[in-house]
Design a protein around this ligand. Structure first.
Ligand code: AMP
Ligand code: MG
Length: 700
C-alpha cells in the first residue's frame, strides 16, 4: 500500500480563531515524497474545507495518491447510527449530519442537534456538555446526569487508545464530541465531490487515488514533545510530525496498520503500532550529502602522519546511509540511528531467582517453621493474593513475588509438608529475590546512537520490551579493480597479465563487515570506460572502493577523473605499505582510490577505509581492537612513518611474515593480523612488547 502524499488535518470544533496562527485552530500539513511542506494554519472550518478540497483536487490532477488523515471519530459506538438514521451504514450518519449541521465562523447548531438526537434515545443522553448559556432541551450539562440511553460510553478504538475522550462529550477541556459533529459533514461532502476517486478507511477498500483515514496525533505525543522546536505551536508540529512519520512507513508497515476489522465504529490508524510510530517519529531525516571538499587536506611537501589522516576522516565524514525502522530481528549488525530507551523495566516486577518458598524476610537465626499458603507462584502464572505475615508460599524461578513476599528460601534448604515448611535461618531480607528494574529501568537509555547492534544487544532489547529500532540502511559499497593487466581468477592469462586479487579479497572483507557489496567488476585503463563505470557505480552505491590507478602517472585514470570533478585529494600518507590514496566524490558518492598492490590495498582498507565506512554507515568512530604481545622477531625501523607487518601469534608471541615485500600476497593468507609499529624510529628485540591487531579486531 503506497501513497505519494500524506495530508494530516488537526480539526477543531470551535469558532473562528482569527487571522494570526493560534493553537486549537485547524492545522494541516502535507508531505510529498516524504518531504514535509510548512504546516498551514486555517482559521475556521469554512476556509479549511475549501483548502482541503482544492489540495485534494490538485493532487488528483497531478496523478498523485493521497492519504488524508482527520483527527476525529469517523463513527459512533455500535448501534448509534441505526437509532438516528435507521441504517447501520456508517456513511448514513455522515450524510444525516451533513443535511442538518449549519456552520458559520461564529455560530453553529451542534448543541441543538445533539439535543434532538438525545430525544431519539430512551433515558437521558448519550450526548452531554452544553457550551451555551441557555438550556437546551434533552442535552444535560453534566455527564453524570445521563442514564438509560443504552449506548456504550466509548468506541472499541477509544477504549484501547489511552487517554482518548468519548464522542458524547461536547464541551469542557479535552472534549472531542463537537469536532466530530462539525467534521463529519465535511467528510460527507468530500465523498460527494470526489465520488469513486475517494475511499474511506476502514469501511471501504482503499483502491482509489484518495484515501481518508482517522488519525489521533496523541498516539505520538511523546515524540511530539521531545522533538518540538522552541516557540512552535504544538498543533502545527504534530501534524507535520505525523505526516512525516506516516510517509516514512514502508508499504508493508502501512498495509499492516490499515489492516483492521471493518465495523461501523471505525478505528484509529496506528492504534496498535504506537512503538513503531514513535520510533519513526523520533528518527532523523535522510542525511545531508558530503561536501565536495571533504577530503581536502592541507598538503605540504611532507607526508601526512597516519593519525592526522584518520583525524581528518573522522572530522569530515558523516553518515550517508538513510535510516529506517526495523523489527529487532532484522537489526543485527546495523548501526543505530538514535538512542534506544528501555520500553519497560527488567525485570518488570520483583521475582524469584530460584525454586523455593517465598515469605516476608528476614528470617531469624535457628530453625524456622512457617505454615504454607495453598497455591503457588510460577513464571507467567503469578499468585494474585497477599501472603499473610508469617506464612510462606511455593514459588518457582522467574515467578513474580506475591504481595507480602520479599525473600525466598531455596527448596534444597527446606523440609516441606503439604501444610508447612521448616528451614534453618538466618536469611537476609531480599535473599534469592530479584528487584523490579534491577537490570534496566523504563526509559533508561540502554543503547546509544552509532552502536553496531550485536546479538547480545538483541537479547537486551527484547528483554526491555523494545520491538523496533531505527537504524541506518546497510551501506552499499561498490568494489572496482582497475588495470589493463588484470584478468578474472580462473580464466586464461598470458605472461603480461595478472589475476585480479583485490576484488575477491575486498568484497569478502566488506561483506564480513555487514555492508551490501556491489561488485563493479574491472575497469580497463581507459578514461571513458572508467567514467561510465563510475556513473553507474555512483548511482547504485553509497561509496566506492577502487584499487589501482590511484597515483599520478599516465595510466592513473582514477586520479585524473576525480581531478576533473574538483574533489580529488591525493593523500600521501606516511605509512608502509601504502602509496597515495586518491579520494574524491563522483556524483556525490565518495570514492576511495586504493593502491593496486594487494598488500597495500588490504592494509589501506583496514586502516583508513574501515573507520571511514563505519562513519558513512552511521556508526561511531571506532579504533580496531589491539593487544600488546611480546615480539618473536627483531627489527629496526626508521622514523617518520608507521609500518604494518603481516603477523600471526605463535606460542603467545607475534611472528612476522618472512618478507616485507608488498607484492607477496601469500603473506596476507599466512597472517592472522598486523603488527603496528609507531611513527618514531624503533629497534625491536625478541621479547619486546609490540601492538598486534588481529584481523577480527577490525570487525567491530
Ligand atoms: P597501480 O596502483 O595501478 O599502479 O598498481 C600497482 C601494482 O598493483 C601493479 O603491479 C598492478 O599490476 C598491481 N595491481 C593492481 N590492481 C591489482 C589487482 N586488482 N589485483 C592484483 N594486483 C593488482
Ligand atoms: Mg594500474
Amino acid at each position: 500500500m503506497s501513497f505519494d502524499t500524506f495530508l494530516m488535518v488537526d480539526w477543531s470544533g470551535g469558532n473562528d480563531r482569527g487571522p494570526t496562527p493560534k493553537k486549537d485552530a485547524i492545522w494541516v500539513c502535507a508531505t510529498r515524497d516524504s518531504v514535509a511542506d510548512e504546516p498551514v494554519y486555517l482559521r475556521n472550518r469554512i476556509v479549511a474545507e475549501y483548502w482541503i478540497k482544492t489540495f485534494l483536487a490538485k493532487e488528483r490532477l497531478a496523478g498523485r495518491r493521497v492519504l488524508a488523515g482527520f483527527d476525529f471519530a469517523f463513527g459512533y459506538p455500535a448501534g448509534f447510527g441505526k437509532v438516528v438514521t435507521g441504517s447501520d451504514d456508517p456513511f448514513a450518519i455522515w450524510d444525516w449530519f451533513a443535511a442538518r449541521v449549519t456552520d458559520a465562523p461564529d455560530n453553529n447548531n451542534r448543541f441543538d442537534l445533539a439535543g434532538e438526537i438525545n430525544a431519539m434515545f430512551p433515558g437521558i443522553g448519550p450526548f452531554w456538555g452544553n457550551g451555551r448559556k441557555r438550556d437546551i432541551p434533552h442535552l444535560p450539562r453534566k455527564g453524570l446526569d445521563r442514564h438509560g440511553h443504552g449506548m456504550q460510553e466509548k468506541r472499541k478504538a477509544e477504549e484501547e487508545a489511552k487517554g482518548a475522550f468519548p464522542v458524547w462529550q461536547l464541551s469542557g477541556a479535552g472534549a472531542v464530541g463537537s469536532q466530530v459533529i462539525m467534521g463529519l459533514p465535511v467528510l460527507s461532502r468530500l465523498r460527494a465531490q470526489f465520488g469513486t476517486d475517494l475511499r474511506v478507511w476502514p469501511f471501504e477498500p482503499l483502491d482509489a487515488p484518495i484515501a481518508i483515514v482517522e488519525i489521533w496525533p496523541s498516539l505520538i505525543a511523546k515524540a511530539v514533545t521531545l522533538t518540538m522546536p522552541d516557540g512552535r505551536i504544538k498543533d502545527a508540529h504534530q501534524v507535520e510530525l505525523l505526516a512525516q512519520t506516516l510517509s516514512r512507513l514502508t508499504p508493508g508497515q502501512l498495509h499492516d496498520m490499515l489492516d483492521v476489522p471493518i465495523t461501523a465504529e471505525g478505528s484509529i490508524l496506528g492504534l496498535h503500532q504506537v512503538d513503531l510510530l514513535e520510533q519513526i517519529a523520533m528518527g532523523p531525516a535522510a542525511p545531508p550529502p558530503l561536501k565536495n571538499d571533504c577530503f581536502a587536506m592541507p598538503q605540504g611537501a611532507y607526508w601526512t602522519p597516519v593519525d592526522e589522516a584518520l583525524t581528518h576522516l573522522r572530522r569530515q565524514l558523516s553518515a550517508v546511509a538513510a535510516t529506517e525502522t526495523q523489527p529487532i530481528g532484522q537489526a543485527a549488525g546495523r548501526f543505530l540511528a538514535q538512542d534506544v530507551m528501555a520500553a519497560r523495566s527488567h525485570p518488570p516486577a520483583p521475582n524469584s531467582a530460584v525454586d523455593g518458598y517465598g515469605f516476608a524476610g528476614p528470617a531469624k537465626e535457628g530453625v524456622q517453621t512457617m505454615p504454607l499458603v495453598q497455591g503457588r507462584s510460577a513464571a507467567g502464572v503469578p499468585y494474585k493474593k497477599t501472603i499473610p505475615e508469617g506464612h510462606a508460599i511455593r514459588i518457582l524461578t522467574g515467578a513474580n513475588l506475591p504481595d507480602g513476599v520479599d525473600t525466598v528460601v531455596l527448596q534444597e534448604d527446606v523440609t516441606a509438608t503439604p501444610a508447612a515448611i521448616a528451614f534453618r535461618g538466618p536469611l537476609k531480607r531480599g535473599a534469592n529475590a530479584r528487584d523490579a528494574g534491577e537490570d534496566m529501568v523504563t526509559d533508561q537509555t540502554i543503547l546509544q546512537i552509532g552502536r553496531r547492534i550485536t546479538p547480545g544487544d538483541l537479547g537486551m532489547l527484547a528483554a526491555a520490551g523494545v520491538g523496533h529500532v531505527t537504524v541506518h540502511k546497510r551501506l552499499r559499497v561498490g568494489v572496482l579493480s582497475t588495470g589493463d593487466e588484470l584478468r578474472e581468477a580462473g580464466s586464461g592469462a598470458h605472461a603480461g597479465q595478472i589475476y585480479d586479487a583485490n576484488r575477491p579479497m575486498l568484497c569478502a572483507l566488506l561483506a564480513r563487515w555487514g555492508y551490501d557489496v556491489v561488485d563493479l567488476g574491472r575497469a580497463r585503463d581507459d578514461r571513458d570506460g572508467l567514467r561510465g563505470i563510475l556513473n553507474d557505480g555512483a548511482a547504485r552505491c553509497d561509496v566506492i572502493l577502487s584499487s589501482g590507478g590511484a597515483s599520478a602517472g599516465d595510466e592513473d585514470h582514477m586520479s585524473a577523473l576525480l581531478e576533473g570533478t574538483g574533489s580529488l585529494a591525493l593523500w600521501r600518507i606516511a605509512v608502509k605499505p601504502g602509496r597515495p590514496l586518491a579520494l574524491g566524490l563522483w556524483n556525490a558518492t565518495p570514492i576511495f582510490g586504493l593502491p593496486g598492490n594487494p598488500v597495500a590495498a588490504m592494509v589501506c582498507t583496514l586502516i583508513f577505509a574501515r573507520p571511514a565506512l563505519q562513519v558513512l554507515a552511521g556508526g561511531a568512530w571506532a579504533e580496531p581492537q589491539s593487544f600488546q604481545v611480546p615480539a618473536a622477531f627483531a627489527k629496526s625501523k626508521k622514523a617518520g612513518r608507521r609500518e604494518y607487518l603481516r603477523a600471526r601469534i605463535t606460542d603467545g608471541k607475534a611472528e612476522v611474515f618472512a618478507s616485507e615485500g608488498s607484492g607477496r600476497v601469500s603473506g596476507l593468507s599466512w597472517a592472522t593480523g598486523l603488527v603496528e609499529l609507531g611513527d618514531a624510529s624503533q629497534t625491536i628485540a625478541p621479547g619486546d612488547s609490540v601492538t598486534f591487531i588481529p584481523f577480527n579486531g577490525f570487525d567491530a
